[in-house]
Design a protein around this ligand. Structure first.
Ligand SMILES: Cc1ncc(C[n+]2csc(CCOP(=O)(O)OP(=O)(O)O)c2C)c(N)n1
Ligand SMILES: [Mg+2]
Length: 581
């Protein structure tokens, strides 16, 4: 039945799915990362319809697995700052994105997740009624509950007449700070409803803005500047300020002016690793001595089980998300908390400090910079020493492997570091100058680096996107889906698999809790995976260039061949046999 027949008007008349695609284009969704099912028949038909009419709509990237789709949206948002659409199949497809939604939510990355819902009519009352077995079994009571812990907003589209308003609302919420996932569900009968073009209102970006982070109360800034003027051991710890270039520069400028040691804690890189104030990825040695500490955009500045700050230290917490409402527990100190744009707040702080700085302060800051340089030099020497040991055949040293890769990368190239227990080696051996170019997931759901690299590559075709993962993480990432997308959409990424034949993190965790336990006595950590696998063949099955390397002497040439292939337009995979767990 075509409901448009009933309408006697000259105004054009289209299905809701037609306006959905138009609305997505209007809110600035460039891509839909899709895994389709029966729920999408109206959307698929309108995609063809809009294409036939030459009308704009987002590009469609079909992903064999939803994990790829969700993480491609993550990579794209990471590079552009803009959330994209992920379109999946009812409850089952939504369930397959849960790991991705966890990672996006914890990384504060926007995404508009969309899924169909089983049709609500069963007797062909409306276009799109139930017509197949799965429609009767794919309707849970609470579909959104599958991803609700990771959502800022959810809704089921009640009628096509509000489709553009719903999309604008979804977009404003996902793009407002702190950013994150939103979820829109749609039934087939809603998507096939017809509406005339003048019944569908437009909701433009200039009238319906998203909320951004602001500066801080000048009184708090003045009080913090007073503290810093008197500080003897100030430090700054940051986890994700580097998602914003301005904040990265502001941290460096403040640190150099005031002689503050800067540490990074997960998520991304935030300050040039060439900065004289950058001292590494663990503040454990410095925290107990700190008298004035700055926590800037950070989730986990240290592990309280390892280190405790002084009782009388003063901690200022500057964060786009000071409250961490997504976490039942958040334990880190903040004698003063300022929620907002960390770049703007640190600019305010530096201005205030400059106005108040005395010669004595300048002298003390200069003395601190000398101490910081000594700590830096020590760290750099230690990194070189670790990389000098190449390992043995079948047991390549990850430090050496990462250091060799570093030689082949440009400043703009992007690393997605999912090498788990070897992540510190990758961080240490591949120093970066530009912020947000070495990313670790804000979340803990493994299997993210391949999809994220693909999404980043789509957003930044001229930059190399490198996935470095453990063998366990490689499996989690559904690699056949990753390489299929790389081939189909010509998205050449480099995948380096650090294979230690299993889950070293699981073994280490057991040893941390039970250093002398039964598992240790029996040398049974339930961590070994199949030892004789050939990951290169997975890449080759999808036309990627692939190599296996186990002799350290072969590492530089193997890496160079892989990088050359990727820069030439073909995905490449290097399966490296590193020191076993
Ligand atoms: C989706 C998911 N499942 C399970 C885990 C638990 N987990 C954390 S680290 C790890 C091992 C990862 O293995 P691999 O990538 O080879 O790194 P390695 O520990 O060997 O360095 C596992 C299974 C997780 N974080 N995410
Ligand atoms: Mg492993």
């Amino acid at each position: 039945m075509d409901t448009s027949v009933a309408r006697k008007t000259n105004v054009p008349d289209f299905a809701t799915a037609y306006y959905l695609l138009e609305g997505l284009n209007e809110i600035g969704v460039d891509y839909l990362f899709c895994n389709f099912g029966t729920d999408h028949a109206p959307i698929i038909d309108e995609m063809a319809h809009r294409r036939k009419r030459g009308e704009p709509m987002p590009g469609v990237v079909r992903c064999p697995h939803e994990n790829t789709a969700a993480h491609m949206a993550a990579g794209y948002a990471l590079v552009t700052g803009r959330g994209q659409g992920v379109l999946v199949h009812v409850d089952v497809g939504t369930a397959n994105t849960a790991n991705g939604m966890h990672n996006l939510f914890r990384s504060r990355l926007p995404v508009l997740l969309m899924a169909g819902k089983a049709p609500f009519t069963v007797n062909d009352e409306l276009v799109g009624s139930r017509d197949t077995y799965v429609h009767f079994v794919q309707e849970p009571f609470d579909q959104a509950s599958l991803v609700r812990p990771y959502l800022k907003w959810e809704w089921t589209l009640p009628s096509g007449v509000v489709v553009k308003e719903a999309l604008r609302r979804a977009y404003s919420i996902m793009q407002s700070e702190p950013r994150g996932p939103v979820y829109l569900m749609m039934q087939r009968e809603t998507l096939t409803q017809h509406w005339t073009a003048d019944e569908i209102r437009r909701y433009s970006a200039d009238r319906f803005a998203a909320t951004s982070g602001g500066g801080a109360d000048p009184k708090l800034i003045a009080a913090l500047a007073e503290r810093l003027l008197k500080a003897e051991h100030p430090i700054l710890i940051t986890g994700y300020a580097g998602r914003n270039e301005h904040a990265s520069r502001a941290i460096d400028a403040l640190a150099q002016f005031a002689g503050i040691a800067v540490y990074e804690a997960n998520v991304t890189n935030n300050i040039s690793h060439d900065s004289p104030c950058f001292v590494g990825f663990s503040a454990d040695e410095a925290v107990p001595d700190t008298d004035v500490g700055l926590l800037v955009d950070v989730d986990v500045p240290w592990f309280p089980s390892d280190v405790q700050p002084k009782d009388n230290a003063f901690w200022a917490h500057i964060d786009i998300d000071t409250l961490k409402p997504g976490s039942p527990m958040w334990t880190f100190p903040g004698n003063m908390r300022m929620q907002g744009d960390s770049g703007r707040i640190l600019d305010q702080l530096l201005e205030e400090l400059k106005a108040k700085a005395t010669p004595r302060f300048a002298e003390a800051a200069a003395a601190r910079l000398k101490r910081i340089k000594a700590a830096r030099d020590k760290r750099i020497a230690r990194a070189a020493q670790l990389a000098a040991d190449k390992g043995k055949p079948g047991a390549i040293n990850p430090h050496y492997l990462a250091a060799e890769l570093a030689k082949l990368l440009d400043d703009e190239d992007m690393i997605f570091n999912e090498s788990v227990t070897n992540a510190p080696a990758v961080l240490m051996q591949i120093p970066r100058r530009l912020p947000n170019t070495t990313v670790r997931a804000g979340g803990g759901g493994l299997g993210w680096s391949g999809g994220t690299a693909l999404g980043a590559k789509l957003a930044a075709p001229n930059r190399l996107a490198v996935q470095i993962c453990g063998d366990g993480s490689f499996y989690f990432g559904n690699p056949s889906s990753i390489f299929a997308v790389a081939q189909q959409y010509k998205l050449p990424i480099l995948s380096v698999v650090m294979d230690n034949t299993g889950w070293k993190a699981v073994k280490e965790s057991t040893l941390r809790v039970f250093p002398e336990g039964e598992a240790k006595s029996a040398n049974a950590f339930e961590a070994n995976l199949a030892p004789d696998v050939h990951f290169a063949k997975v890449g080759e099955a999808f036309g990627a260039y692939a190599e296996e390397v186990s002799d350290p002497a072969d590492v530089p040439a193997a890496l160079a061949r892989c990088v050359k292939e990727v820069r030439g337009g073909r995905a490449a995979l290097l399966h490296a046999r590193i020191t076993r767990l």
